[in-house]
Each structure stands twice: as structure tokens, then as C-alpha cells.
Write a protein that binds this ligand. Structure first.
Ligand code: SF4
Length: 369
């Protein structure tokens, strides 16, 4: 797949963007104290999707296929409640699993797409494309072991997919924003052959953004080897729809949403997103309610402490179930950002990173460092 990306900073230092396993030696040469950080994922006993694949939903294919979407959601919600109460362990003969039912609902959502908060309503199964530019197929962009993720999930085998419902002007993966520009390598069961379970401690779906490709990801998980035992991480832009999050309930083991803005004018200006903050607040609240680890990642943007990052942290501190917080200070104005963009044309001042860290601690949130 693609090569490592190295950036030369203003002071001449080298920065490896999204370091992968093969970069560890170079990182140690640059910094002899470098180590791949990792720590146990507390409470993890096995990927939830595996039990979803074993647990019967109570209906056979002949009942599921002709059912209208609202009936499928009713079946889903009833089965999910039963799964939470663990009333049965295995599928009866002819019965479909909850994971198979989720796959069917996800495919239906493609017909009038509401897979992300953009809610375009196009029929992707007919080849129509909405804002993300995707049709029904998910396009695999990268598949490699990332060694710079947060310690509870690091190193992580990342499955990076093209297509995104946002258009961040500072995007560091801009080649993933336009699916048509990429060669079409679909995400499918053959992709499992690229997944390195020996080196990784988790598998992460990201992009672009994974929500837009949720139907293919669910199919991919449905085809997982039975011995696959790593936690599933969903690394999204938090511009999520309630429908997609309902499908991910019982499938995702760790949510890793990027909370970008707390000000809709900023979201509109920098990511061309309407109603970003309300959608992201609802999404993160739902993620925490699913009873799994949620790590909210915040890429600190220069000059956005007062309008976005501090209000966002205050929101997180008010949630009934507190997420962990990961502050990222590596913003780099390397795509479509020019001097006219003011503070966004430079890297993050150290003082803003320090103030954000102090705010996390003052609010009683746990910071992953
Ligand atoms: S995934 Fe989002 S951006 Fe793409 S078509 Fe569906 S609603 Fe639109």
C-alpha cells in the first residue's frame, strides 16, 4: 500500500505522520528513547462483534429479506436487548445472527443514505453519490500497523477507507476525500489477508471516515476468521447519524471520535459542515451510553481554544459517563491553508496546548498522554 509520510518542520526536525511498524527503527534512530507505547485495555474479554455473529436474532432469512426497514429495526432492537440480557448463546437452525441482521439494515440504509449526519438521502445502491462521493462499495486506501495511537489500543492495524462527509481544509489525508481519484480496491473478505494480528493489539476503522462505509465494514466483520480476537476501534469524525451508531452498538469495542469544533460557524468555515456540534454532541453521548471505552480525540487548532476546544471539554465533563480525552498538538497547515487564513496558517503554539491540558485536568477529565 502507500509509503510512510515524513514532514520536515520549520526548525529542521523530522516528523513521521501516522507512523507505522516499519518506521519504529527510524524513530529510534531519531530519538533513542522512543518506544512503542502500549497498555492493557481494561475489561476487554473479546470482540463484541464475534458474540453478535453467534447470537441468533430470532428470525430466518426468509422473514428478514421481505421485511420493511422499520420492521427490521424493531427486530434489531428486540434482539439487542436479548443479547444484553444474554438469554441465548447460539443461532438456532435457519436463524440469522444479530450481526447478519445489522448487515441487512446497513444495506437498506444505502438506498436512501443516512449513514452520516450529512443525510444526503441518495440511493447509493443505484450508483448515485452524495457528498462523500461513494457508491455502495467501500474503497480501501491503506491497511497497515499504526504505532502512534493511544496506548490502550496501540499498536493498531488500521483499515483506512476513502470517502468523508466533511471537507476539512486542513485535512492530512486529502487524497482519501475523493474516492474517484483512487484506484478501486474494495474492502471485502480478502482484506483479512492483509490484517496483521501478530503485531497489532486492536483493529481500527478510519479514513476519510468509516461511517460512510459502515455497510461494507459490517460485512467485513461478518466474514472475520473465527479466531480473530482483537478489539474493534471506530475512529470517526463524530459527524455521525443515530442510525449508524445504532448499528455499531454491540459491534464496536472502543470509540475514538475526533471532536473538531464547538462552534458551527467554525465547522462551516473549515469543514463545510452544517450543524456539526449538535451532531457530534449527540454522537458522543450515544457512544458513552453503549458502555464501551470512549476516547475523545481533539486535534487542537491554532486560535480555536475559546470558540471550540474549551467549550467542547466543558461539554464532555458534563456527560453522565465520562470519556477519556486525548489532546493532539500536531496540527500542520499543509493543505489549502495560506497566510490569509491567519492563525490557522501556523502550527499550534505551545501555550495553547498547555492551556487545553490544564482545562482537561481542572474539569476532572482523564487525559491520555
Ligand atoms: S455517507 Fe454521508 S455524505 Fe455519503 S451519501 Fe451518505 S449521508 Fe451523504
Amino acid at each position: 500500500m502507500s509509503a510512510s509520510r515524513i514532514r520536515i518542520l520549520e526548525d529542521g526536525a523530522l516528523e513521521i505522520v501516522d507512523p507505522r511498524w516499519e518506521d519504529a527503527e527510524l524513530l529510534r534512530a531519531l530519538d533513542p528513547g522512543y518506544e512503542v507505547r502500549s497498555e492493557p485495555l481494561e475489561g476487554f474479554t473479546g470482540p463484541r462483534f464475534q458474540s453478535m455473529r453467534d447470537f441468533g436474532c430470532g428470525y430466518a432469512t426468509a422473514e428478514i429479506e421481505p421485511a420493511p426497514l422499520d420492521r427490521l429495526w424493531a427486530m434489531h432492537n428486540y434482539a439487542l436487548d436479548a443479547w444484553r440480557r444474554s438469554e441465548a448463546a447460539v443461532c438456532a437452525s435457519g436463524e440469522q445472527s444479530i450481526l447478519a441482521l445489522k448487515c441487512e439494515i446497513a444495506r437498506r440504509l444505502l438506498r436512501r443514505c443516512v449513514l452520516c449526519a450529512r443525510r444526503c438521502g441518495v440511493d447509493r445502491t443505484a450508483g448515485d453519490r452524495g457528498f462523500c462521493g461513494l457508491d455502495a462499495e467501500a474503497i480501501l486506501a491503506e491497511s497497515f500497523v499504526h504505532i502512534g495511537e493511544e496506548p490502550p489500543i496501540n499498536p493498531s492495524h488500521v483499515i483506512s477507507l476513502a470517502g468523508c462527509g466533511l471537507r476539512c481544509r486542513f485535512c492530512q489525508q486529502s487524497s482519501l476525500l475523493f474516492p474517484e481519484a483512487r484506484s478501486r480496491t474494495p474492502l471485502n473478505r480478502q482484506t483479512w489477508e492483509t490484517v496483521d494480528t501478530g503485531l497489532a493489539r486492536s483493529i481500527s476503522f478510519l479514513g476519510g471516515n468509516p461511517d460512510e462505509s459502515a455497510p461494507a465494514i459490517l460485512d467485513f466483520l461478518h466474514s472475520a476468521p473465527s479466531q480473530f480476537s482483537l478489539p474493534v476501534v471506530w475512529n470517526s469524525n463524530a459527524y455521525s447519524s443515530p442510525e449508524t451508531l445504532a448499528l455499531l452498538d454491540g459491534v464496536v469495542d472502543v470509540y475514538l471520535p475526533d471532536l473538531k469544533y464547538a462552534d458551527d460557524a467554525c465547522a462551516k468555515r473549515w469543514s463545510n459542515a452544517e450543524g456539526y456540534y449538535q451532531a457530534a454532541q449527540g454522537a458522543i453521548r450515544t457512544m458513552t451510553e453503549q458502555g464501551v471505552l470512549v476516547i475523545v480525540r481533539i486535534l487542537l487548532l491554532p486560535g480555536h481554544l475559546e470558540c471550540c476546544h474549551l467549550p467542547a471539554l466543558e461539554f464532555l465533563a458534563r456527560l453522565p459517563r465520562l470519556p477519556l480525552v486525548s489532546l493532539r498538538g500536531q496540527y500542520s497547515p499543509d493543505w489549502r491553508i495560506a497566510d490569509r487564513d491567519g492563525r490557522m496558517a501556523s502550527r499550534l503554539p505551545a501555550e495553547e496546548l498547555a492551556r487545553a491540558g490544564a482545562a482537561v485536568r481542572a474539569l476532572g477529565l482523564a487525559l491520555i498522554e
